[in-house]
Design a protein around this ligand. Structure first.
Ligand code: TYD
Length: 148
């Protein structure tokens, strides 16, 4: 990890973007594809999903040191607030073929989950608790150079 990029000092909100997936429309239903190298600028190592999220709760509340994530509202809707240590932006996801690419070093909070919504996350790394920054104080300290 010694030569790992310090994303907390380099990542900006502008590095995060909404990606719209092609919709293969069919009268019997639609199909969209997420594929490494094509839609996503990383190789997929993990997929997880949030479901049965009670109304009014927040998820996330962390940043990652090296992990890229692509977050989709495959069903229903929710909001994601992203924060790079200097700027904040809120993105509302409510279409099954759109997602938000979040680069490492960005704080994110997910909320406003609609009833029955499903949040699908495609990640560049397998699960590693050491990759998480879960303390906002630590995040603020890691991103202090952006506020000078
Ligand atoms: P957490 O990352 O805290 O969820 P969120 O940020 O969405 O609120 O994860 C919740 C629990 O699930 C925590 O105990 C860690 C575990 N977990 C895994 O075991 N593997 C995973 O890939 C993820 C994302 C979480």
């Amino acid at each position: 990890m010694n030569d790992a990029i310090d994303f907390h000092t380099s990542s900006r909100l502008s590095d995060c973007r909404i990606i719209t997936l092609e919709k293969h429309h069919h009268e019997n239903g639609n199909l969209s594809v997420v594929e490494s190298g094509n839609e996503l600028p990383f190789s997929i190592n993990r997929v997880y999903y949030l479901y049965d999220v009670p109304g009014g709760v927040e998820r996330g509340g962390h940043s990652h040191r090296q992990c890229y994530e692509f977050i989709m509202a495959v069903s229903g809707s929710f909001s994601i607030e992203i924060f790079d240590g200097a700027e904040r932006r809120t993105v509302n996801l409510n279409r099954s073929n759109c997602g938000l690419l979040i680069v490492p070093g960005i704080w994110r909070v997910l909320d406003n989950f609609s009833s029955g919504s499903v949040c699908l996350v495609v990640a560049s790394e397998t699960y590693n608790e050491a990759d998480y920054v879960r303390s906002l104080d630590e995040f603020m300290s890691l991103t202090a150079s952006k506020r000078k």
